[in-house]
Design a protein around this ligand. Structure first.
Ligand code: ATP
Length: 442
């Protein structure tokens, strides 16, 4: 193994260990030995995952006037997946190893069983990735339902509902964040590929002649989102699909890729899907899924540009990119240099003593900050250790309350990255921290 490969393995291992030990991500059903490839997000992970989704929602919905939100059902009838093409084509080619009986994705293994090295593999068979279940008390074909393998179909199926209730007209988008399920055969690399995961998808409906222009626009926008939230430029790239990689309806697809410890891999796919989806659902449902423009008296089926990202996968990329080891005053430390918007806690309040009169005073400082920031409150062990703990989980600012605070009504604000400490009057604390986020004062 080369030094670089060993360092990459090491980084991955360190991030996974940190996630587990600091309460970001636990193996699911842990006390029963875990359930392969499913994970639970712990007290810190749930905050961070929410922050990732909120940052996406803020950028895609809140800061725009041309995108609205949606939260569609996860359980859905076969009709939807028949029309979308998922029942027929959402498959992976699978082979079995005749020697050890493991099952693999043919396109991932180069004709050799990764488990035992045998070349004695079966012919590939198509395996549908959708989770199938039954809705209601009868387990027959008439009651089949599927767990959605993507959130996107919710937007197509609700196109007319949204159009009829929001007065939007193309170009406009419908955004959704939520769980999706795929019965992946080779889930791998921690939360990179799991059977249950979260997506952040937006369908942007445009007049047919404008799809290329909007495709280019969304490539730029989405790429910038990752950079703005702290992924370094050298670890991010756009990869345009070759024509042979494109799905039959796609007029262009590009992936935003991140340099994971094992190499470049996809965070998000941005596709110019043409009118494929609306036409398919219109034909299957018999409903009109088009737009009448009263300005031009024209009726047309909008084309769709889709930026489709994974929330859980993206959270992992942010964690990997943020992980650093450095030294403070000659002491080694682990630090997550997370963007403040993504950090599980933005502020930690740390009283130097856990007794009266400092404790109740520090709690008042905490109460002042809580409406504005997600805060941790830690009274255990020495202050140096507490700083290290906060550094390791990415808390950008520590607020230390000491005995002088009782007299001067001020606290010390410590910065995670520079470790610089500044005295701030308690009355100015919220606006000082807001200033540091780059947001406006309240
Ligand atoms: P891949 O090629 O990695 O299987 P895909 O191209 O099938 O992904 P899309 O259908 O385009 O993925 O889904 C959009 C995004 O959803 C992906 O870029 C990824 O971030 C996320 N995603 C898809 N499948 C999974 C999974 N099994 N686990 C975690 N995230 C996923």
């Amino acid at each position: 193994m080369t030094d670089a490969a060993a360092a990459s393995d090491d980084l991955m291992e360190k991030v996974v260990r940190l996630c587990r030990h600091r309460g970001f991500i636990f193996p699911s059903a842990d006390i029963y030995g875990g359930f392969r490839s499913t994970y639970d997000y712990g007290p810190l992970g749930v905050n961070m995952l929410r922050n990732v989704k909120n940052a996406w929602w803020r950028s895609m919905v809140q800061l725009r006037d041309d995108v609205v939100g949606l939260d569609a059902a996860i359980l859905s009838p076969p009709d939807v997946w028949k029309a979308s093409g998922h029942l027929a084509t959402f498959t992976d080619p699978l082979v079995d190893c005749r020697n050890c009986h493991e099952r693999w994705r043919e396109d991932k293994i180069d004709g050799v069983c990764p488990n035992c090295g045998s070349h004695d593999l079966t012919e590939a068979r198509a395996f549908n990735l959708m989770f199938k279940t039954h809705a209601g008390p009868v387990e027959d074909e008439g009651h089949v339902a599927y767990l959605r393998p993507e959130t996107a179909q919710g937007m197509f199926v609700n196109f007319a509902n949204v159009l009829g209730t929001t007065r939007k007209k193309p170009p406009f988008g419908i955004a959704q964040v939520g769980k999706s399920f795929r019965n992946e055969i080779t889930p791998q690399n921690f939360v990179f590929r799991t059977r249950e995961f979260e997506q952040m998808e937006m369908e942007y409906f445009v007049p047919p002649g404008e799809s290329q222009e909007w495709f280019d626009y969304w490539l730029t926008e989405r790429f910038a989102w990752y950079l703005d939230l702290g992924i370094p430029e050298e670890k991010l790239r756009l990869r345009h699909h070759e024509t042979s990689e494109l799905s039959h309806y796609s007029r262009g697809t590009a992936d935003v890729e991140f340099l994971f410890p094992w190499g470049w891999d996809e965070l998000e796919g941005i596709a110019n899907r043409g009118d494929f989806d609306l036409l398919a659902h219109a034909a299957a449902s018999g409903e009109k899924l088009d737009f009448f423009d009263p300005g031009t008296n024209e009726r047309y089926v909008p084309h769709v540009v889709e930026p489709a990202a994974g929330a859980t996968r993206t959270m992992m990329a942010f964690l990997i990119a943020a992980y650093h080891e450095d030294e403070v005053a000659g002491e080694p430390r682990n630090v997550l240099r997370l963007h403040w918007r993504l950090a599980p806690y933005q502020v930690a309040v740390l009283p130097l003593s856990k007794k009266e009169p400092l404790e109740p005073f520090a709690r008042q400082v905490l109460a002042r900050l809580q409406p504005h920031f997600m805060c941790d409150y830690d009274t255990t062990q020495g202050i140096g250790k507490r700083y290290r703990r906060q550094d390791e989980v990415g808390t950008p600012w520590c607020v230390t309350v000491d005995f002088e605070s009782l007299d001067d009504d001020a606290v010390t604000v410590r910065d995670r990255d520079t470790t610089e400490q500044v005295r701030v009057p308690i009355g100015d604390l919220v606006s000082e921290l807001r200033r540091r986020t780059g947001e406006m004062s309240p």
